[in-house]
Write a protein that binds this ligand. Structure first.
Ligand code: RBF
Length: 352
């Protein structure tokens, strides 16, 4: 009995060791040691899962592109999952291996975690996108002006709900679905979205809903239905995998969806009718290349906006041109130009 149990444990230990070795080998598939030393080793920690979250898809794409281009670098992508209480442990484990020159991650809660972990592992370097931290020599952060980004979506929603699209209704209601509430959502994205809409018509009201996670498309569809029942005709969806539920509901009920972060038109041609962009992939690519060649400055938090070319609105997609009337596109283009000329001030919540 005992021997069987012991051998079962032994087998499972061997199997898991094998599993992690395979995982590491898979992660190193892009390794290319040029003989000058060991390759620059990067771990991407995804706080959630990659699929369905525009922001994480761009993160991984940007880092991979840099690694592909570098002379000698490797990357391993680790998904931290949706249990946020486990992220600090996940990052600590990566730092504790001492194997990674750089840990890359993204979202506004990550700088604090990286700052904490760096107290125990001061030699570990971190690059955090979509987050802000100043003054820790182990950390480099890149944040986007999300006030401008949300304002771009809000102004477009305002044009839609005041009659800009064939299925616009009489009610002046716009919707916003968020995966969860967090300072950047409550203090920046949500107020700037309604500010943009009310710049078109001050009587426009916002129906704000929270999914409670970043994956439940069924619940997201229910919440979208409830918003449409109340007269909403356009919903900005920032809910990761939940976004698909919003698109399905909007398609069934002839309403519209706005996308955030990456270009989303292909997810629902004629349903997704507007997309603000943050060039997180570009920033991840550029800063990762700089980290690899040793020129990236740490201890610094940078903020990039419309005037820098890192926040914009996708007015080139064929679906945008096909489905959105010319006069709406023209009014939105004027707003874009205004933001290039006059950047919006941006208070970063919880900036240290
Ligand atoms: N955005 C996603 O698209 N998917 C996620 O899984 C996700 N998880 C998040 C977890 C936390 C704790 C926080 C603060 C934000 C998260 N976001 C997520 C939102 C993301 O950082 C960003 O605010 C939005 O993508 C809008 O740019």
């Amino acid at each position: 009995m005992l021997t069987t149990r012991v051998s079962r444990i032994a087998i499972s230990l061997v199997l898991s060791a094998l599993f992690f070795t395979l995982l590491t080998l898979a992660g190193c598939a892009q390794a290319e040691d040029d003989g000058l030393g060991r390759p620059y080793s990067i771990a991407v920690f995804v706080p959630g899962v990659v699929e369905g979250s525009p922001t994480y898809e761009m993160l991984v794409e940007g880092v991979r592109r840099a690694v592909d281009e570098a002379e000698s670098a490797t990357v391993r992508v680790v998904e931290g999952g949706f249990n946020q209480a486990e992220w600090a442990g996940g990052i600590t484990s990566l730092a504790a291996t001492g194997s990674y020159d750089l840990i890359v991650s993204s979202n506004p809660s990550l700088p604090e975690i990286a700052n904490e972990v760096s107290q125990s592992f001061p030699d570990q370097r971190f690059l955090i996108l979509d987050g802000y931290w100043e003054g820790n020599p182990s950390l480099r952060t890149v944040m986007f002006n999300q006030r401008e980004q949300a304002y771009l979506n809000g102004y477009f929603a305002g044009l839609v709900t005041t009659g800009g699209m064939p299925n616009s209704n009489e009610a002046r209601q716009v919707g916003l679905l968020a995966g969860q509430e967090y300072p950047m959502m409550n203090q920046v994205i949500r107020p700037a979205f309604i500010e943009g809409a009310q710049a078109v018509d001050p009587s426009i009201e916002l129906d704000f809903r929270v999914l409670g996670n970043w994956f439940d498309a069924g619940l997201a569809a229910d919440l979208a239905n409830s918003m449409l029942d109340r007269g909403v005709d356009v919903i900005l969806s920032i809910a990761g995998g939940g976004n698909q539920g919003v698109i399905a509901t909007a398609r069934d009920r002839n309403a519209y969806v706005l996308w955030f972060d990456s270009s989303g038109f292909h997810h629902g041609p004629g349903v997704v009718i507007g997309s603000s962009l943050v060039k997180l992939d570009q920033a991840a690519y550029e800063r990762t290349l700089q980290a690899i060649d040793g020129s990236l400055e740490f201890g610094v938090g940078e903020v990039l906006g419309v005037a820098d070319g890192y926040v914009t609105f996708d007015d080139q997609d064929p679906n945008y041109i096909e489905f959105v009337p010319e006069n709406v596109r023209a009014q939105h283009a004027e707003l874009m130009q205004r933001l290039v000329d006059e950047p919006m001030e941006f208070d970063i919540p919880g900036a240290n």
